[in-house]
Design a binder for this molecule. Sequence first.
Ligand SMILES: C[S@@+](CC[C@H](N)C(=O)[O-])C[C@H]1O[C@@H](n2cnc3c(N)ncnc32)[C@H](O)[C@@H]1O
Length: 277
Amino acid sequence: MPLVTSLKKFVRASAAGRVALLPLRLRLGVAQTGPDLLRLLRWLRTSREHTNLTYDLDALNREYLAFFLSACLGITVEEVRGYLDEVEQDHRLAEHIRQSVRNGPARAVSDEVARYGRRLGWYAIVRARKPRLVVETGVDKGLGSCVIAAALEMNAREGAPGECMCLDINPAAGYLITGAYANFARMIVGDSIESLKNITTLIDVFISDSDHSASHEAAEYEVIAPKLSPKSVLVSDNAHVTPCLAEFAERTSRRFLYFQEQPQNHWFRGAGIGIAF
Ligand SMILES: C[S@@+](CC[C@H](N)C(=O)[O-])C[C@H]1O[C@@H](n2cnc3c(N)ncnc32)[C@H](O)[C@@H]1O
């Protein structure tokens, strides 16, 4: 047996061989995790957030989001890219977020810069589908709600009016939903299940982002099942954690796909968009 092959066998098979490989394996792991550690240190210094983290999408990930939505919505990738550009270039929206966070009740624990992450996808869905009714469960400060409201405002200008019902159990939630955005997004305070039971209009786009337990998420889909319009789209902001929307899709003969976020320059691994259509 040639010497090199024997050495390789020794390294693979013996405990001494595993020890000999440690520096190489450590270097491999540090090359992967080291940049994340640096991002974490930078984030500790520059951000104030401790929950519902915000970030931009990595450029390649944003491009894949466009292809993903093109497949889900049955529109061209150019059209999706157009919507993503539109919201990213909406300086009025970004300035509204900046000013409202700066003057808002949670300014000590919030970042002023508008970073939409996967909410770019929510914008494109609303622009493409021109819904009459969007329902978002779980509002927090209202970043997603304002993004949806901005899309609804553009739709209205194009002759396709619609509104968003924003459901949150916390009476202090939704403080970003003011000004022009309040014309298109309406806060409803209470447990999302109870609020959903009271909706009497057909829902075109449903976004689940409230209590992230599997039981609560699944219960939301059950309540809205008879209230969905024929061409409705459902989005789970929890699909990286539970299969609830995938299961609902299968049970109700819908298709399901999942997009995984890749945050840009952030240690967080991202959430995603689960979509049933
Ligand atoms: C992840 S945040 C929502 C983030 C928001 N969609 C966004 O775009 O930034 C979750 C929100 O769900 C709300 N929530 C938790 N349990 C709830 C429930 N049972 N009913 C309604 N809202 C609930 C919380 O108060 C919190 O504001």
